[in-house]
Write a protein that binds this ligand. Sequence first.
Ligand code: HEC
Length: 153
Amino acid sequence: MKKLLITASLAALIASSGVVAYDDKAADAAKEHRHGLMQSIKNSALSMRRIMSGDLDQAENYSALATALSASTGIAKAAFNENTVGKGKGHTTAKDHIWDNWEDFSARLDKLDADVKALERAAMHNNVGGSKNELVQVFKNCKSCHDEYRSEH
Ligand code: HEC
C-alpha cells in the first residue's frame, strides 16, 4: 500500500513538472511570436513612411506593404492572448498589467487594426499621396500604447 502511494505521488509529480515545463516553453514561444510580429509591423509601417517621404524608391510596392502590415495587425491581438506573467525565461518588455487591463489593451489593438485597414484601402493601387492622413493615423497608435504597456528594457 505504501509503495502504491509513493508510486502514485511520483506519477503526479512527474505529470505536474511536465505541465510546468510545457507552460514555460509555451510562454517563451508566445513572447518570441510577439517580438517577431511587432518587428514585422514596424518594418512594413516604416518602409511605407520612407516611401511617403521620398527616401525609399519602392512606390510600386506600397499597397503590398499595406497588405503585409494589415496581415500582421490582424493577428496582433491573438498574439497577446497568452498571459505570460511569471512564465518562461524569455525576455519581454510587455508590462504585467496588460492582462489586468485586457479590455483597454485589446481595444487598442482593435483600433490599430481598424486604422491599418483604412490605410490599406486608401493605399490601393499604390496611392501614396492619397493615404498620408491614414498613415499618420496608424503611427499615432504605437507610442501611446508603448507608453502605457511596454517597459523600456
Ligand atoms: C495596443 C498596444 C500596442 C500597439 C498599438 C503597438 N504596440 Fe508595439 N508593442 C507592444 C507591446 C506590449 C510590446 C512588448 C512585447 C513583448 O516584449 O512581449 C511591443 C513591442 C514592440 C516592438 C519591439 C519588438 C521586439 O523585438 O521585442 C516594436 C518594434 C514595436 N512594438 C513596434 C510597434 C509599432 C511600429 C507600432 C505601431 C504601428 C506598435 N508597435 C503598436 C504594444 C503595442
